[in-house]
Design a protein around this ligand. Structure first.
Ligand SMILES: Cc1cc2nc3c(=O)[nH]c(=O)nc-3n(C[C@H](O)[C@H](O)[C@H](O)COP(=O)(O)O)c2cc1C
Length: 412
């Protein structure tokens, strides 16, 4: 699958001969579906013109503090990125990163970022072998900075040895691989997403403001974690994530049927992120209802509760539900978790500018004996953190179940 589709890559370019290869790197990242923003060090602008990166990335290019037009661009850039890759990473830039400096825009972005930082060093072989560089690299590795390369071979300076930047195609593969994990390898996951539409008559329906973005991001994150993912989606304007099978439905009843069909063919983990209608018209008129009087009323009946139905199945999967709340998140989430009999609830605050139809969200995860707040972030990143937590809890539970089963068999 293409792990780079829709990913946001911040490419840092520092002052080294290999900067000319970074132009090709931007081209390849874009071709793989990633959005790319380039931050150059002032020294790098002496090697390749910013305009080259501007044309290839389709975005403005940042290099020194005067490009930080809002005064907060360095923070915005740090928040925007899913990954930061510095290629080439000069000895000087590596030293600044190792010592936590923020004296140029690129170093400041790295310091303000919480996403994985990857560097592709490129320098003369003696500079690479110098004890100062070795020490800086060791410091960066200790902080989980991923150091890719360098390769060994002929160098621009005429020498030969380790210090060549990895080729763009190898760096693109490394960035893509950095998005995949094996946390849910072999796990079959069913995810629901989007709103449902409950027909009133052939032209009208009751629905809600769900955009489906959170559920789709969860499906994609589960796929990236190695799961086999089936997505059951209400009507939304989103493309199916790469490598995910999708069934489109309209009503809560159709969603329930599609979910049960998926679960019956094998499902280890069910994540109900769809905003399923609580109520539907007691009967949908076969013909368009004519305007007759000044006011009219609609009889409603409860729509099927998909999460509770799945949670009540024999041999049921590990269940995670979503809750949209306007107040008292923790209390309502725990109540919903117990009421539905599910392992985890991911609660998000909804209201003006929150939750629905936005690209950002905040989630409170609650499970038996624990909770965790996933602070406001892009839904794509939030989904990855949610999947990490779900995977940990899922693995923990299944390990205990296996242990209990072994214990029961041994005592029998
Ligand atoms: C022609 C030329 C080539 C250079 N090539 C490299 C290089 O490949 N790697 C490196 O670490 N430094 C190289 N340098 C030195 C850096 O440009 C210099 O250390 C600069 O301060 C790096 O700044 P930056 O890390 O902020 O981009 C080169 C300098 C010149 C003049």
């Amino acid at each position: 699958m293409n792990f780079l589709s829709q990913k946001r890559i911040l490419l840092g370019v520092s002052g080294g001969i290999a900067a000319y290869k970074s132009a090709e790197l931007v081209r390849q990242l874009r071709a793989a579906g990633a959005a790319v923003r380039v931050v150059m060090t002032p020294a790098a602008t002496g090697f390749v013109a910013a305009r080259t990166f501007q044309a290839l990335s389709g975005e403005r290019v940042w290099s020194d503090w005067s490009d930080d037009r809002s005064g907060m661009d360095h923070i915005e850039l740090a928040r925007w990125a899913d990954r930061i890759l510095i290629a080439p990473a000069s000895a000087d830039t590596l030293a600044r990163l190792a010592h936590g400096r923020a004296d140029d825009l690129l170093a400041a972005v790295c310091l303000a970022s919480t996403v994985p930082l990857c560097v592709a060093p490129a320098m003369n072989q003696a500079m690479w072998g110098n004890a100062a560089t070795r020490h800086n690299i060791a410091l960066l590795r200790e902080r989980n900075v991923q150091v890719w390369g360098p390769a060994a071979g002929a160098q621009a300076c005429g020498e030969s040895g380790p210090g060549r930047m990895l080729e763009p195609d190898a760096l693109v593969r490394a960035v893509a691989d950095s998005f995949s994990s094996e946390r849910l390898a072999g796990v079959r996951v069913v995810v629901t997403a989007g709103p449902t539409r409950e027909a009133i008559d052939p032209v009208r329906f009751i629905s809600n403001r769900s955009s489906g973005k959170m559920g789709y991001a969860v499906a994609q994150a589960a796929r990236e974690a190695g799961a086999q993912v089936a997505l059951v989606s209400g009507p939304v304007e989103l493309d199916a994530p790469d490598g995910v099978t999708r069934t489109m439905v309209e009503s809560a009843q159709e969603m329930l049927e599609a979910v049960l069909a998926e679960v019956s063919t094998g499902c280890d983990l069910f994540i109900g992120a769809a905003a399923v209608a609580d109520y539907r018209p007691a009967s949908a008129s076969a013909r368009k209802i004519k305007k007759r009087a000044d006011c009219t009323s609609l009889d409603l009946q409860p729509a099927p509760d998909i999460l509770a139905t799945v949670a009540a199945l024999e041999n049921r999967p590990f269940c995670v539900g979503f809750a949209a709340e306007t107040e008292q998140l923790q209390r309502h989430a725990q109540k919903k978790r117990l009421g539905k009999g599910v392992e985890m609830i991911a609660a998000n605050r909804v209201g003006k500018g929150l939750g629905f139809e936005t690209d950002q969200n905040e989630l409170l995860l609650v499970w038996e004996g624990g909770s965790q707040l996933l602070a406001m972030d892009a839904k794509t990143r939030l989904a990855r953190r949610l999947i990490e937590c779900v995977a940990d809890l899922y693995r923990h539970r299944t390990k205990h179940q296996d242990f209990a089963q072994d214990h029961a068999e041994n005592s029998a």
